[in-house]
Design a protein around this ligand. Sequence first.
Ligand SMILES: [Ca+2]
Ligand SMILES: [Ca+2]
Ligand SMILES: [Ca+2]
Ligand SMILES: [Ca+2]
Length: 398
Amino acid sequence: MNLKLQNFIFSIVLFYSCTLFAQDVSLLTQFNGRFDFTFIGNTLNPQENSFQTSPSIVPSSSATLSLDSQSVIKKAYLYWAGSGTGDFEITLNSTSITAERTFAYQRNNFGLILDYFSAFKDITELVKQTGNGIYTLSDIDISDVIDDHFTRKTNFAGWAIIIIYQNKNLPVNQINVYDGLQAVPNALSINLTDIEVVNNLDSKIGFVAWEGDSNISVNETLKINDYVVEQLPLNPANNAFNGTNSITGSSTLYNMDLDIYDIQNYVQKGATSMDIELTSGQDVVMINAVVTKFTAKKNPIIIYNYISANNDTSNPTFFIEGLRDIYLNFKIEIYNRWGQLVWTGNNTTPDWDGLSNQEVRLDDSTISPRGTYYYIIYLNDPDYPEPIIGYLYLHKEK
Ligand SMILES: [Ca+2]
Ligand SMILES: [Ca+2]
Ligand SMILES: [Ca+2]
Ligand SMILES: [Ca+2]
């Protein structure tokens, strides 16, 4: 082989580092209501892999969930990830968990094919039962690939739980959860869709990312809608993926990032999508999940104006969809056909079941229990200042 050709092939091998397989980050699910989100999780790397002298992961690691007493868990999604094609059975606390969805990323690094994986499980019921406290994840095995990855300083394992919670003290928000497995080097663009920015106040974005290093920041930038993101001191503009947890303030979350940024200055009111751009000239960084929070539109209520209060299961009460969780200060008045107030209620009373809680008795012989009634709903919300007035039909068998 002539020297020129040999040099050419050598150059290709030396500089050849590219993605062979990845999964685009896209919308998993959306929540509208008085919701917010947080992350917990931990690394299984005992030290940043670029400083390790021999490859290893620890057998387990823990993180603490501490929501305030008025917050109620809505959803909890567990992700675990590591080097290799995947270990999809792990243990969380004492519960064995098998992945229900999996992700793969494969790249050619100077001729060595390197695989990475992530796994997903909806663990809402487990987290609801466990509540606040310590979560410990164990039984991730990457021993079959750790040596290969160690030669490129990309050996890692870790885990994270995305927690969506409800709290009546929150404004009405839209929470979007996106996931996939995409990576740099060298550049990565993610377009977040299905967004509805009613108001950019208190907008947030969170990243669950793997394999970022604190001491590697060559050409590293994270941009949202063309703005470079920075959150000092944890997340400098040239090194957002650096082994940090912005919720706990930790900078020793080796080779993973759980960062949540305020982005109200980076998004415009009325926006329906958002661009994320990540560049990195050297540090391998994988984006696994992105969560956004924006102020949401308060949807109009939906009124079901037929009540069959005869102890069967269909339409037993005056049910109004989208009322209780959104319009906390509502008040309802029910009048009979003679204009007498027969019932009044609010967020602390059950739905109207056809009985009076006023002086007027519905089973009085002069007042027909079945028939047409009128409602006035005061939402007591600045977005809906006018009362909503209509009629409903009560079908009541003795
Ligand atoms: Ca395992
Ligand atoms: Ca980095
Ligand atoms: Ca970070
Ligand atoms: Ca890295």
